[in-house]
Design a protein around this ligand. Structure first.
Ligand SMILES: Cc1cc2nc3c(=O)[nH]c(=O)nc-3n(C[C@H](O)[C@H](O)[C@H](O)COP(=O)(O)OP(=O)(O)OC[C@H]3O[C@@H](n4cnc5c(N)ncnc54)[C@H](O)[C@@H]3O)c2cc1C
Length: 354
């Protein structure tokens, strides 16, 4: 690690999702042009919050932006490279091949190891054959494993395209990380969309078109044409950080983390969400500039504005400001679309997150 501070710091960003890209955009906005080098194993930035729309028949490209476009627009270097995070932590910034003053780790979440035969989010992100299968699937018997936002959004999209959909959730409600009011609305809408929701149901295996589930003391077998396995994601490694995103408990001084793989101290939002990732990314860029200039900035305190989950192309459910302020129907869908459009403007260079 180069300890000498200069007016133009060299910043390595590992991972170009919502968090990593926000760091690069904010550094540019702060006048630190060409300060950042962004490393990503993929050639494109993926707007994952819209990924369920692939099951609506949409092409993945619609929700992807080539890193080469972003690097031109926001004046950073892009290197398509998978970075071994363990080596980076062990050997420091030198292992990235150039001297960097700051390193920001933003590798996001990964799907859990998928059981045989199922489709997980990582394969949908990377395999064109899987993306194509999602776009055209109709009149099939589809099981979605996981009743969080990802599973719920995919289930409604599949149901809208005349598939028979069963949604499996091990807990006793849908959207278990939110207030129960959201679960009740989602359950009601699922019933009217003919989605068979099985609460308290545990996926066991899928082999030769037969799915095994445990429901209470009973093990059931059912036929399925496709199983989407989205029971949640994990971030390994993930990092505990100070109020500015600087990683604690490691030997390297100027290592930061943002996005799903980070937990900032203090009252700011730490959810695994695009919203938190962007705000943490912006904060870390400001913290880096402040460190270079020897200044202090206020800690990260971003409070959640709301969260919306779409229930197909015509409905959504969610909340604004507090989980007790629940919205549903077209109003909620409109709010969700506003959030997505805001992010699109951000990627085009508008300063929409103040
Ligand atoms: C279907 C779906 C719907 C969602 N809806 C919402 C929503 O409505 N609202 C919301 O706020 N959030 C939503 N989320 C969650 C949101 O997408 C994530 O919280 C967000 O993507 C996290 O951003 P990130 O930058 O941490 O990681 P990611 O966006 O996952 O980006 C990580 C990047 O790092 C790269 N990478 C990983 N490992 C390496 C490595 N070793 N070397 C180099 N590159 C690497 C990856 O290629 C990727 O580009 C949704 C997620 C899904 C799947």
């Amino acid at each position: 690690m180069n300890e000498k501070k200069s007016a133009a710091p060299r910043v390595a960003i590992v991972g170009g999702g919502y968090g990593g890209v926000a760091v690069a955009i904010e550094l540019n906005r702060l006048g630190l042009k060409h300060a950042a080098t962004l490393f990503d194993a993929r050639p494109v930035h993926q707007k994952l919050t819209q990924w369920h729309k692939l099951a609506r028949g949409r092409m993945a490209e619609r929700y992807e932006v080539p890193f080469t476009d972003l690097s031109r627009r926001f004046h950073f270097d892009f290197k398509r490279e998978h970075i071994d995070i363990e080596t980076l932590l062990k050997s420091g910034a030198e292992s990235l091949g150039s001297p960097f003053d700051f390193v920001v780790i933003a590798q996001g979440s990964q799907s859990p190891s998928p059981p045989n035969g199922v489709i997980d989010l990582d394969s949908l992100r990377d395999k064109i054959a899987v993306q194509n299968a999602f776009r055209i699937v109709r009149h099939k018997n589809i099981f979605v494993v996981g009743g969080g936002p990802t599973g719920v959004q995919f289930a409604f999209e599949f149901a809208e395209r005349q598939n028979r959909v069963t949604l499996i959730e091990a807990r006793d409600r849908l959207l278990p990380s939110f207030d129960n009011a959201l679960s009740e609305i989602a359950l009601r809408e699922a019933a009217s969309s003919q989605i068979d929701v099985r609460l308290g149901s545990e996926f066991l295996a899928f082999q030769e078109g037969v799915l095994r589930l445990r429901e209470g003391a009973i093990v059931r077998e059912e036929r399925a044409d496709m199983v989407l396995f989205v029971p949640g994601v994990r971030s390994t490694p993930s990092f505990v950080c100070d109020v500015h995103g600087r990683i604690e408990g490691i030997a390297h001084k100027n290592f930061y983390a943002v996005g799903d793989n980070s937990y900032f101290s203090g009252p700011g939002l730490n959810s695994k969400s695009g919203q938190a990732a962007v705000r943490k990314g912006q904060h870390v860029a400001r913290a880096i500039r402040a460190a270079v200039e020897g200044k202090e900035i206020p800690p990260y305190t971003y409070a959640e504005i709301g969260y919306f989950v779409s229930l197909g192309s015509k409905e959504a459910v969610g909340y604004l400001l507090s989980q007790k302020t629940t919205f549903s129907g077209r109003a909620a869908l409109a709010m969700k679309e506003v959030v997505e459009q805001q992010y699109n403007l951000f990627l085009r260079g508008f300063n929409v997150y103040l």
